[in-house]
Design a protein around this ligand. Structure first.
Ligand code: SF4
Length: 223
């Protein structure tokens, strides 16, 4: 019960963010029913992304990849950006790395269709799978933050260096960032390696990823 109260209080803290962004509610002292200015939704965010030209990544995309999964997921997985398969299909993490990540999730009893929402920092594919540039990340960041507010995941799992650095607000490498839990706007966040990195170098990364996945399972079991 204490955990629920603590989480509730954290969600209340988020109300300041809502006010600043003007997308949720306006509070008027002790009024029982806050006025709803505008109800945001995943569909709305998705349709805005589909029409977006806020950065140069719109120029070469085939499809936008807004993210996919269940509302109020146990875990929201966030990578850096779509790859070639994702660009073709509009679905996140469907290539080899995504299939490998499904196995990670299976190992800790989590499924895409029941427990997860999977998305990326940027919603359009960077050419040649290069890292997204800072101005592209800044241009796209608002969509991700709106998705997080709407989804209210129990936990965020970032995969790879870029997603961890952006959400933790650090320039440290993933090897230094992983191994502990952070807080992102009131939501616990665990960073780990990207599945494509683990596929390239399993000897180095499989063990720490398994430690991180066990931390995810342990946190969920504690709720
Ligand atoms: S990456 Fe994000 S900001 Fe850039 S065009 Fe795509 S949806 Fe818009």
């Amino acid at each position: 019960m204490n955990g629920i109260v603590e989480r509730f209080n954290k969600l209340l803290d988020l109300s300041m963010d809502y006010l600043e962004d003007g997308v949720r509610k306006e509070h008027h002292g002790n009024e029982a029913k806050p006025e709803i200015i505008e109800e945001d939704s995943l569909d709305r965010v998705e349709s805005e992304i589909a029409a977006c030209s806020r950065c140069r990544l719109c120029e070469n995309r085939i499809k936008t990849v807004p993210g996919k999964g269940v509302l109020h997921p146990k875990v929201m997985i966030i990578g850096e950006g779509p790859g070639a398969e994702e660009d073709k299909t509009g679905i996140p993490f469907v290539g080899k790395a995504g299939q490998y990540m499904d196995k990670w999730m299976d190992a800790i009893d989590l499924r895409r269709d029941r427990d997860l929402f999977i998305g990326n920092i940027v919603k359009c594919r960077p050419p040649g799978n290069r890292d997204p540039h800072p101005d592209e990340i800044d241009a796209c960041r608002g969509y991700l933050d709106r998705q997080i507010r709407i989804l209210k995941p129990s936990l965020i799992l970032t995969v790879g260096r870029i997603a961890a650095q952006v959400l933790i607000g650090s320039s440290n490498g993933i090897g230094r960032l992983r191994g502990r839990m952070y807080d992102y706007k009131g939501i616990p966040l665990i960073p780990t390696y990207h599945p494509s990195g683990v596929l390239r170098n399993p000897e180095s990364y499989r063990k720490p990823v398994w430690e991180d996945l066990k931390a995810v399972r342990k946190f969920l079991d504690s709720l």
